[in-house]
Write a protein that binds this ligand. Structure first.
Ligand SMILES: C[S@@+](CC[C@H](N)C(=O)[O-])C[C@H]1O[C@@H](n2cnc3c(N)ncnc32)[C@H](O)[C@@H]1O
Length: 297
């Protein structure tokens, strides 16, 4: 449990992950019926960009700060609008001194009738979450293993909603743990929207997760191909040394509008967030010719 998101909050990977999350949540609230948001790896909810951690590792300057400063074409502005609104909401003075994590984004977008369940295994971080949202009756924070919690939490009473799985990837078998959670979660709740975040550190392992998940859903569970959408962004050559160069999400049961929004957004993000040669992006259904069994990851 060494991972501290405060060192990475607002970086390029957060921008894509959180823009996707905000678009999915925004779509959920189009209907009056209540929805449930479950965050298996919640972090602390909001990040102080003037903190010691953010000063020592100012990754946000090449992430959220660049996006805020850039001139944004209309289609990009529309695709970023739900997320930008949450960034502005936690910076009421108009500056950029705080960054909303996934719990804060859900709290800002969801309504009174919705419920938010946050799991965070780190004791102090969970206490921070608990204190931050103590007065918000919609939100429950638990110090609990998010993967294990899914069995008890799914399907939610509301029957509509979203599960965000955003692990720190500090364990070597994290991809396998996420694959088990994906299978167990989707078996229990095949109509829920699921967002799986993964770093593009080991592209081979990452592609095996994506392909195994897509193949299982399409060929064994009878999902339509448009029910799996993968969006990745890399800000320099993935082979380059140093900090994380690429990351993205696989979304299961995405809103039907997500692909078009991301098609407008990804080339622009790639241009604005690039940190060197070899930056790129991909948006597809995560399927190739390879045959991967999700259980063997
Ligand atoms: C990448 S951060 C989460 C960031 C957050 N989702 C966001 O977007 O703002 C991952 C978090 O998972 C926590 N964590 C690690 N293993 C966990 C587990 N098995 N269950 C729940 N939380 C865990 C870490 O303490 C860390 O705060």
């Amino acid at each position: 449990m060494n991972y501290r998101h405060a060192f990475h909050a607002g970086n390029f990977a957060d921008v894509l992950k959180h823009a996707v999350l905000a678009l999915c949540l925004n779509h959920l609230i189009r209907k009056d019926k209540p929805a449930r948001y479950i965050d298996t790896h919640a972090g602390t909810g909001r990040y102080d960009l003037t903190s010691d951690a953010a000063r020592r590792s100012p990754e946000w300057q090449a992430g959220v700060a660049r996006v805020m400063d850039a001139s944004r074409p209309e289609a990009v502005e529309a695709a970023l609008a739900p997320w930008l609104k949450t960034v502005r909401a936690c910076n009421p003075d108009g500056g950029l001194s705080a960054y909303p994590g996934s719990p804060d984004i859900a709290a800002a977008i969801l309504r009174e009738q919705d419920r938010i369940h946050l799991c965070e295994l780190h004791e102090a971080d969970c206490r921070t979450l608990d204190q931050r949202y103590a007065r918000d009756a919609r939100i429950k924070a638990e110090q609990r293993d998010g993967y294990k919690a899914l069995a008890a939490l799914l399907p939610p009473r509301e029957r509509r909603g979203l599960v965000m799985i955003d692990p720190p990837f500090e364990q070597r078998d994290e991809m396998a743990a996420m694959a088990r959670a994906a299978r167990a979660g989707l078996e229990r709740w095949p109509t829920g929207t699921f967002i799986f975040w993964r770093p593009l550190k080991d592209l081979w392992a990452c592609d095996r997760f994506d392909e195994g998940l897509a193949q299982w859903l399409l060929f064994e569970e009878g999902f339509d191909p448009e029910k799996v959408l993968r969006a990745d962004l890399w800000v320099r050559d993935l082979e380059s040394e140093g900090k994380l160069a690429g990351a993205g999400v696989v979304v299961v049961n995405p809103p039907h509008t997500l692909e078009a929004d991301l098609l407008a957004l990804l080339p622009w993000l790639c241009d604005v967030l690039k940190q060197g040669e070899g930056a790129g992006w991909r948006l597809d259904g995560a399927l190739t010719e390879a045959s991967v069994d999700l259980d063997t990851l």
